[in-house]
Design a protein around this ligand. Structure first.
Ligand code: IPE
Ligand code: IPE
Ligand code: MG
Length: 246
């Protein structure tokens, strides 16, 4: 682990890392356990990766915890996930405060069970003064929901005569997304071997580096994050230019 940590250039860290935490169910199956066992163990990875990212000095970490599509799962799994969310937030607030981490959330939170909403809002309020890393949970989130909501907002503003078509540029749109306060992620990590985006941050990852690993989320540890960062730092981000221009 130290070997990878030593290779990380602290001056070239991504300011924002986004993660698609995937593979809890397959991890549980491989251990002969029900899917929920995988989700419970996934919480340990959340704790470890949040701490590792904060220690390194990453500014923002966004974790995909529940997509709008995940409502299609068996009702028992959905309610277990919602219960786990409440438990986890309540039990982790003190650790978040210890690590100076500020909790935030993106997604259609109004559709979450009241108990989950309350736990989330409490967690956000109780960590609001922290000045270190911002940990953003994507909950009942999907990118198309976000973009649709944003366009609706813009249409309302336009109807009310508050804006003019000439006002609309990329920054204007970014300011109206759920992620308005956060920079775009430079790095997107997806675990479990799947190589797709699953409706996550489509606008924001326009120029992100994508990193896929076969490791299931409950097995994802600090060393795996360090490996991803070393890999990221070995890439040349050209943004349309030639190598010579950089
Ligand atoms: C990710 O693991 C957690 C959530 C989507 C909530 P999965 O539950 O998707 O695990 P797999 O992909 O079925 O293995
Ligand atoms: C994406 O994982 C959503 C989260 C990690 C919360 P899924 O497991 O739901 O994605 P698909 O269905 O395999 O694309
Ligand atoms: Mg999955």
């Amino acid at each position: 682990m130290q070997e990878y940590l030593n290779k990380i250039d602290k001056d070239r860290l991504p300011e924002h890392i986004a993660v698609i935490m995937d593979g809890n169910g397959r991890w549980a199956k491989a251990h002969g356990k029900p899917r929920v066992f995988g989700h419970k163990n996934g919480v340990k990875s959340v704790r470890e990766i949040s701490e590792a990212a904060a220690e390194l000095g990453v500014g923002y970490l966004t974790l995909y915890a529940f997509s709008t599509e995940n409502w299609s799962r068996p009702a028992l799994e959905v309610s277990a996930l919602m219960g786990l969310l409440v438990e986890t937030i309540r039990s982790e607030v003190s650790t978040l405060n210890k690590n100076n981490i500020r909790l935030k959330a993106i997604g259609d939170l109004s559709k979450l069970p009241k108990r989950s909403q309350n736990a989330l809002l409490e967690g956000i309020a109780q960590t609001d003064k922290n000045t270190g890393m911002t940990l953003i949970l994507a909950l009942n989130y999907s990118s198309r929901w976000e973009i649709t909501t944003t366009i609706k907002k813009i249409a309302e503003e336009s109807k009310d005569g508050l804006i003019d078509p000439s006002d609309v540029d990329e920054a204007f749109i970014s300011r109206r997304l759920a992620t308005a306060e956060f920079p775009d992620p430079e790095l997107l990590i997806r675990t479990s071997g799947e190589q797709r985006i699953s409706n996550y941050l489509l606008w924001q990852i326009a120029y992100s580096e994508l990193y896929f690993t076969d490791v299931f989320w409950p097995d994802f540890r600090k060393v795996h994050l360090y490996k991803a960062l070393v890999n990221y730092q070995g890439r040349e981000r050209r943004f349309g230019k030639t190598s010579e221009q950089l």
